[in-house]
Design a binder for this molecule. Structure first.
Ligand code: F6R
Length: 615
């Protein structure tokens, strides 16, 4: 949700900033811009559209002398995605330029007051409001301050105290061209500490090729970088804060396409490895049991409340089935944006599980905070190390999936399901709800799963291609499943709609006859998740109802099934819930191939952004 990159160092800052922005483009891509200082002038280049359009404009300027720059890629909140609304914005004196991610809630009030005092606004954004507020403070403080450094720090500190809402921002100042300031409140911002160069960015992959040493900034902190150093301050008192450097073990290749046409395809294909990585260090194969040292201090809860959004919510819904069936732990699950405004009832020994790939989703974070205010322990299930949810939870299980760049989430859900499977076995063993034989079978089959999935993915992609081509003219789709396959039906529909823009709905198959079946006709196909499990025969009856209304059906099923369908898509049969790990990539590949067939922008679908850090 908007990407910020800041650089101060020894290299030409503009090309480097563009390189970093490319790895942030998944966060927003409706417009972009950079600001840098060259020949004693603050220069700003902005463009609507994607980074290629900005790159083309930059190509018309000599930009090679600047060694500090700030860059931004935007996902519009206030104001249309036009060049005028693109960041960076500059103040009225053309001394300061600012980039921002988040939403300023009291922007109108501040804007009115600044306009009354003669400030001119050029955009419709809330961002320009913070900038002009900082500029106003700076103008007054500067006359009395001992240095530029002090003046800008105090101006930032005072302005931010008047601002309500969420922000991650960075500010460049013509009067001290080598320093760049950053600040955060409820939006992510990370400092990258290099040698003779330093960075601030919304996300680690932005600067990963240049440094793996990162400092996680907290809400209410200001950071200053120069080429040779960095410092962090308390935003109110301006006292220095000692911060720890963390070494990130992600490799650069994991944030690149690695020969694949799209990040989404690469991430789907990585899923066998993702399962292995999630298992790593968590299975005691000698004793056939799961070990989760990160939960040593968290006892098995009496009830779990799951809070998540989007694909992570679907993973949570999937987990409900195995937590209840294997560990006998009751689960309440909510979409985070509902949870945060509901009167939740928590009991003693309850646990909140916040599921989030990015660890920065605003609603999930708000849910976590509500639980903690009520003294309910929270475990975060996150992918991004050091993210807000990871830091604010009482315990964190990292899914260890590596960076997920494609806006449509794929491998993150697989890793979340893998972690839940381990957790269900762990709790099941602790509570004595599972037999030794069940535990051993599950662990053995789970260990063999990556190999089976790996050998199947190429074939799955071919089937995905075939069915996508056949059904590419459809305007709508149903995805049906029962039991543990119901969350997968929801996810299949979400994937298809978000990247191919085909209307799709996921339903519990048994619910069709309560209304949705009215939509079925020969032009409205259904993808039925029909593995040979306990609910197979029930699902067949539901499909008969669809077929009786001439609805075409693709049946995703196991070899040897007696599904009487023209379009059967067979995938290998595994034991129990492990089937889901083969169904999920089939659904992802169907959506992927459909979007490719229709010529859509797979990695950057319209109107979306990864990491939804606003409410
Ligand atoms: C869909 C998708 C979103 C995210 C949702 C939550 O493909 O990516 O629905 O799953 O925005 O994001 P996280 O997991 O980062 O909290």
């Amino acid at each position: 949700m908007c990407g910020i990159i800041v650089y101060s160092g020894h290299r030409p800052a503009v090309p480097l900033t563009m390189d970093c922005l490319r790895r942030l483009e998944y966060r927003g891509y409706d417009s972009a811009g950079i600001a840098y200082i060259q020949q004693n002038k603050l220069q700003v280049i902005r463009s609507r559209g994607k980074l290629d359009q900005l790159e083309e404009k930059i190509g018309q300027h000599d930009v090679y002398h600047a060694t500090t720059a700030i860059g931004h890629t935007r996902w519009a909140t206030h104001g249309l995605p036009t060049e005028t609304n693109a960041h960076p914005h500059t103040d009225n004196n053309k001394e300061l330029a600012l980039v921002h991610n988040g939403i300023i809630e009291n922007f109108q009030e501040i804007r009115n007051s600044l306009e009354q005092r003669g400030y001119v606004f050029y955009s419709e954004t809330d961002t320009e409001t913070i900038l002009l507020l900082i500029s106003d403070k700076y103008k007054h403080i500067r006359e009395k301050a001992n240095s530029e450094d002090e003046a800008i720090a105090r101006a930032l500190s005072q302005a931010l105290q008047e601002v309500e809402g969420s922000y991650a921002l960075a500010l460049i100042n013509l009067n001290s061209p080598n320093e760049i300031w950053g600040a955060r409140h409820s939006s992510p911002l990370i400092l990258g500490a290099g040698t003779g160069e330093n960075f601030i960015a919304s996300d680690i992959p932005a600067f990963l090729p240049y440094t793996k040493d990162v400092v996680f900034l907290e809400d209410g902190e200001l950071a200053k970088i120069t080429a040779n150093g960095w410092e962090v301050y308390d935003a109110s008192s301006l006292n220095r804060i000692d911060k720890q450097i963390n070494r990130i073990d992600w490799n650069v290749q994991s944030a690149q396409k690695g020969g694949y046409k799209h990040f989404m395809l690469k991430e789907i294909m990585e899923q066998p490895q993702v399962i292995k990585d999630c298992m790593a260090g968590r299975i005691d194969s000698a004793n056939q049991r799961v070990i989760l040292p990160e939960l040593d201090h968290v006892s098995v809860p009496e009830q779990v409340h799951i809070v998540a959004c989007g694909t992570s919510y679907h993973a949570g819904l999937w987990a409900k089935y195995i937590f209840e069936s294997w560990s006998r732990v009751p689960v309440h699950i909510d979409i985070a944006s509902e949870f945060r405004y509901r009167d939740n009832i928590f009991r003693e020994n309850d646990l909140v599980l916040a599921i989030t790939q990015s660890g920065e989703t605003a609603d999930t974070l708000a849910g976590l905070r509500i639980a903690r205010e009520q003294n309910v322990p929270v475990v975060g299930l996150c992918n991004v190390m050091g993210s807000s949810v990871a830091r604010e939870s009482d315990g964190v299980i990292y899914t260890q999936a590596g960076p997920e760049i494609s806006v449509a989430s794929t491998k993150a859900m697989c890793s979340q399901m893998a972690a839940f499977l381990l957790l269900a076995l762990y709790w099941g063993e602790s509570k004595g709800t599972l037999s030794t034989e069940f535990l051993q079978n599950s662990i053995q089959d789970f260990i063999s799963l990556p190999g089976i999935l790996n050998s199947e993915l190429a074939r799955m992609q071919e089937s995905g291609q075939e069915f996508a081509a056949k059904y590419s003219r459809s305007r709508s789709f149903f995805f049906l499943g029962r039991g543990i396959n119901y969350p997968l039906a929801l996810e299949g529909a979400l994937k298809l709609k978000e990247i191919s823009y085909i209307h799709a709905e996921g339903y519990a198959a048994g619910e069709m006859k309560h209304g949705p079946i009215a939509l079925i006709d020969p032009e409205f196909p259904t993808l039925a998740i029909a593995p040979h499990d306990d609910l197979y025969t029930k699902l067949i009856s539901n499909l008969q109802e669809v077929k009786a209304r001439s609805g075409p059906v693709i049946g995703l099923t196991h070899p040897g099934s007696d599904l009487n369908l023209e379009d059967k898509w067979e995938i290998p049969k595994m034991w129990s819930a492990l089937n889901s790990f083969l169904i999920l990539p089939a659904l992802q590949l169907f959506a992927y191939e459909m979007a490719v067939y229709l010529g859509k922008d797979v990695d950057q679908p319209r109107n979306l952004a990864k990491s939804v850090t606003v409410e």
